[in-house]
Design a protein around this ligand. Structure first.
Ligand SMILES: [Ca+2]
Length: 314
């Protein structure tokens, strides 16, 4: 694409995060709401009017192509619960299956799946699926014996449907996450009944159960996120340095990885991210932070192996 053309359309695709708009972004910043969300499928609470709307779901068979029809979602949270407001364009509403299936039987028909990696380990995750009949399917690492106390409601309109999902943090045995912290997140949509077609927010390839490729949910604003990432990195670096200082022989490869993560973080810190920064400017920083996090996870994994080897030697 012509660079000049790209320059002119960027402000349209990537508006400032605090302006109500449809945004194509691999990271969603969830604002905390003080007003209760009534889970009735109607996205008419004030928080839904203010939250950024994420779109551009991808064709599951070819992640380079946007899906058609499209899906949209918003996320907010309060002290006890995480809420999703989801909407789907549906030009063929007559064929949509609206059957209610028993718990943990697959909710056939038009369905939405929410995947949450609550400890950001890119490996373990919860799955919540529902259809327009209000069915409830949930699992932890594909084990459907896990059941949450989440709620769901939907509304069917002429050429679109809306779904509200409310997941209490107690389902994960925790309180409201710290401001600025992040989880892995993906939302997927299935259509059935003469309409078979699946799409995904994150580019997970052909398999939804791919936590290494999930996108990101941040609790709070871009400014909150940046502050927390820097803080967490500093704590990680200190802990890792004190471990490495006591290692004989010197762990050269790990030290090099830590140096690389440190210089990347210095670069990130030089980019000033505030709540007014546009998604277009946040994305390159987001990618750098992803690289840092993968490096840190790698270092952590290797230290775990060294520690267990040391225990065996003793
Ligand atoms: Ca509502």
């Amino acid at each position: 694409m012509n660079k000049c053309f790209l320059f002119f359309i960027l402000p349209v695709i990537f508006p400032s995060v605090n302006i109500l708009a449809e945004v194509n972004s691999p990271v969603v910043f969830a604002q905390k709401t003080g007003v209760p969300v009534v889970v009735d499928g109607m996205l008419d609470e004030p928080c839904w009017g203010k939250a950024v709307k994420i779109t551009r779901f991808l064709d599951i068979y070819d992640n380079s192509r946007p899906a058609s029809p499209q899906t949209y979602f918003q996320v907010v949270y309060d002290e006890s619960t995480l809420y999703f407001g989801i909407a789907g364009d549906e030009p063929n509403m007559k064929e949509v299956v609206r059957e209610a299936f028993p718990r943990d039987a697959w909710p056939r028909g038009t369905s939405i799946e929410v995947f949450l990696d609550t400890n950001s380990d890119r490996a373990t995750y919860y799955q919540f699926a529902t259809n327009l009949g209000g069915s409830v399917f949930d699992s932890y690492n594909t084990d459907t014996k896990w059941n949450g106390n989440w709620k769901v409601a939907s509304k069917i309109l002429k050429d679109r449907w809306t779904i509200e999902v409310a997941v209490p943090f107690s389902d994960f045995g925790m309180e409201s996450p710290a401001t600025g912290s992040r989880w892995g997140l993906n939302l997927c949509r299935n259509r059935e009944g003469g309409l078979q077609y699946s799409s995904s927010w994150a580019p997970v390839g052909g398999d939804f159960h791919n936590p290494g490729k999930f996108n990101t949910l941040v609790f709070g604003s871009a400014g909150d996120w940046m502050k927390k990432e820097v803080q967490d990195y500093r704590a990680f670096r200190e802990k890792t340095l004190s471990f490495l200082q006591n290692q004989q022989p010197v762990e050269e490869k790990l030290e090099a990885k830590l140096r690389r993560s440190g210089s990347l973080m210095n670069r990130v810190e030089r980019t000033k991210i505030s709540d007014k920064t546009s998604i277009g400017r946040i994305l390159p920083v987001y990618k750098q932070v992803q690289t840092i996090n993968v490096l840190c996870q790698d270092i952590d994994d290797e230290i775990r192996v060294i520690k267990s080897l040391n225990r065996i030697k003793k």
